[in-house]
Design a binder for this molecule. Structure first.
Ligand code: MRU
Length: 343
């Protein structure tokens, strides 16, 4: 299921706020429309946010009236700032914007050459994402045994990427290899990505999935119903994995019950120059907590806290699965200290 496509100056993507009840395709025609789609979470998931951001700049280049190289570069810088202001936590967004700008500056030639290069780079990033996710899937599937039940949080599937997913790539890959794995998806309040999106895409693929509420994670682990946890990430920093709110709770429970806790993410999600305390955790509107859909469930005027992400210390992570392989926590920590010579 490819979630995003460039069609002659139009970015076509699925509106994730309408799933699973309706499959509505959006036609994004301007940078502003892309910025709104990211802010309103019509497109969401770190890798998909990154590629959508790149396409936002491709749209800016496509519609640019600039007649000089200098002017199109100036316009791209301004457009980059619009995109950077949409959502602060997933590093893929900033990675994508920087990569497009780098390509624009490195392109030799006039404004037309820059325009073509930016669009080409955005398309390349979309294709690369699928390839990277397939590699994550192959690397991670080695960790799964026939009969395993995997708990996942939020949606780190095709819908969070261009295709195939990250955490769900591992499950898909194992399934395609003939391992009879099954999934427990927690609903992921308040935006319900687990209930709405993970359940939807696994059912479409025929992978057995059981939906639980977030408050049932302790129960299923205590009952021995979970063999492994696999989640995605919005940013992997020196000391932590930052992912959807509720991930930390799942990680602590996994630790308590001796369940391996894996994080599947591409290298574009790594931000190893930073520590967790330096990262802005997005705060979203109180209505996401006081309402379910359009139905109010809390008293008018109640004080609300709505952080969209939380921070799981690396100590709770068994290993990170990326396109280059499986990095166990100990190796990740040694690598950061420069002991393995790879950084
Ligand atoms: O707020 P969202 O839905 O964009 O958050 C998504 C997540 O937290 C995912 O787990 C993460 O982006 C990894 S997606 C491959």
């Amino acid at each position: 299921m490819r979630t995003i496509e460039w069609r002659d100056g139009v970015v076509v993507t699925i509106d994730q706020t309408r799933l699973p009840n309706e499959e509505v395709f959006l036609e994004l025609k301007s940078l502003q429309e892309v910025a709104s789609a990211i802010k309103e979470m019509k497109v969401r998931g770190a890798p998909l946010i990154g590629v959508t951001a790149a396409y936002g700049l491709a749209l800016a280049a496509y519609h640019s009236k600039a007649k000089t190289r200098e002017n199109i570069l100036k316009e791209l810088e301004a457009s980059a700032n619009v995109i950077r202001a949409t959502r602060p936590t997933a590093v893929n967004l900033f990675w994508a914007v920087d990569r497009i700008l780098k390509r624009a500056y490195e392109t030799v030639g006039d404004h037309e050459a820059v325009r073509r290069a930016v669009i080409e780079e955005a398309n390349r990033m979309a294709d690369e994402d699928v390839e990277v996710n397939r590699r994550i899937g192959r690397n991670g599937s080695r960790l799964l045994k026939d009969g395993d039940t995997v708990l996942t949080h939020c949606n780190a599937g095709s819908l969070a990427t261009v295709d195939y997913g990250t955490a769900l790539a591992v499950i898909r890959s194992a399934w395609e290899e003939g391992k009879r794995v099954s999934v427990i998806a927690d609903e992921t309040r308040p935006k319900l990505q687990g209930a709405r999106l993970t359940a939807y895409e696994l059912m479409r693929d025929g992978v057995p999935v059981t939906l639980i509420t977030d408050s049932m994670v302790g129960y299923v682990m205590a009952e021995g119903l979970v063999d492994k946890v696999i989640v995605g990430a919005d940013r992997i920093v020196q000391d932590a994995v930052i992912n959807k709110i509720g991930t930390y709770t799942v990680a602590v429970l996994a630790h308590e019950h001796g369940v391996p806790f894996y994080v599947a993410a591409p290298k574009s999600t790594f931000d190893l120059e930073r520590k967790a305390e330096e990262v802005e955790i997005e705060m979203r509107s109180p209505e996401e907590v006081t309402h379910i859909g359009s139905v109010r469930i809390a008293p008018e005027g109640v004080k609300v806290l709505n952080p969209a992400f939380d921070i799981t210390p690396i100590s709770y992570v068994t290993a990170i699965i990326c396109e280059d392989g499986v990095i166990y926590k100990e190796e990740f920590e040694r690598d950061l200290k420069g002991e393995t010579g790879t950084r």
